[in-house]
Design a protein around this ligand. Structure first.
Ligand code: PYC
Length: 333
């Protein structure tokens, strides 16, 4: 066995969606903040992400997180999110996976019944409260970054679909939220091809016609996620398919998507503070969200979401790169 690169990992899934937590092998990424580290990594080290998430070590819906020393004194760990579409500034299911792994492997000091883990992410500080019983992380509640509606009733011209109405909101990433009923597509896994095609076409139209940009963090821009709302969804319980660039669905109910959805419902006057909101994924798994406070982001009114979900460790692994491997950055099909 020979290895040019050697990574240690704890693999997990959050309500069905994988988070490969890289605990060693990357080294310290240069940068004064996690946002700087993310930009450095994208420019200089993206081959590491490709190796860890692409086939044959990963797959077309793979996602993970690289642990780093924190860049701020009030955080326990720094986190860089990696997935097939790049490096997200924030990832809800990934944060729930990371917090579960940190607790269950003892990489943070564990207290019962609740362990607080403070994570330094490229989008800001995220607090995770892990409910722990007998050493087992039973659920995780994250307090996400300020989330806000960008546009309500935006209309975009989508080739092949015509004029599509959608809301655009930020929950750690930018989301377009639109109705499957308006698109004439049933909420049914058997229709996943049509749902994905529609989601990707809407994403491209938004990025071409009204690309969103964060008012305070210019590097956070563009829409890579489309929330396809199922019929019968409301401000108490919503079902959806989340189409993500370059062509996959979130298996989890999407933490940043749940945050954006709650910010949208709040802006529409349908969801108040301190009220449970259940968000359900395409595979039927659920997160429970709540808006716990208001905030300002530049000149926008924002809300502070919490998201509760569960994650499970699926394995521990060492991922190697043999010097003769013909696919040093993996491949996609
Ligand atoms: O949970 O925030 C999330 C997420 C983003 C992309 C996939 N999952």
């Amino acid at each position: 066995m020979r290895a040019k690169r050697y990574f240690s990992a704890v693999d997990s899934h959050t309500e069905g969606m994988p988070t490969r937590v890289i605990t060693g092998g990357v080294g310290e990424i240069p940068g004064a903040t996690m946002a700087d580290k993310r930009l450095h990594f994208l420019r200089n080290l993206d081959h590491v992400r490709e190796l860890l998430v692409n086939e044959p070590r990963g797959h077309s819906a793979m996602s993970g997180a690289i642990l780093q020393p924190p860049t701020r004194p009030d955080a326990d760990w720094g986190v860089l999110y990696i997935e097939v579409s790049g490096c997200l500034p924030m990832c809800g299911h990934g944060t729930i996976g990371v917090a579960t792994v940190l607790v269950e492997t003892g990489m943070v000091e564990v207290t019962e019944p609740v362990t607080e883990v403070r994570l330094d992410t490229p989008a800001g500080l995220v607090l995770a409260e892990v409910a722990v019983r007998g050493g087992h992380a039973e659920s995780v509640t994250i307090r996400n970054v300020p989330s806000f509606a960008v546009d309500l009733d935006a209309v975009v011209a989508v080739p092949g679909l015509g004029e599509i109405r959608c809301d655009i909101a930020f929950g750690g990433n930018f989301y377009a939220i639109t109705s499957l009923a308006d698109l004439g597509i049933p909420f049914d896994k058997a229709e996943k091809g049509r749902m994905l095609d529609a989601g990707l076409a809407i994403m491209a139209a938004i990025n071409g016609q009204r690309r969103p940009r964060h008012p305070l963090h210019a590097e956070i821009a563009g829409c890579k996620h489309v929330y396809l709302e199922a019929p019968g969804s409301d401000a108490a319980h919503s079902r959806h398919a989340m189409a993500i660039h370059p062509g996959w669905f979130d298996r989890s109910p999407c933490g940043t998507g749940t945050s954006a959805r709650m910010a949208q419902l709040h802006a529409r006057g349908q969801l108040g503070l301190n009220t449970d909101f259940v968000n359900e994924s395409l595979i039927g798994t659920r997160f429970t969200g709540r808006l716990v406070d208001t905030a300002r982001v530049g000149d926008r009114t924002a809300v502070i979401p919490t998201i509760t979900g569960r994650a499970w460790i699926t394995g521990t692994a060492q991922y190697l790169l043999d010097p003769t491997d013909p696919f040093p950055t993996g491949f996609t099909l």
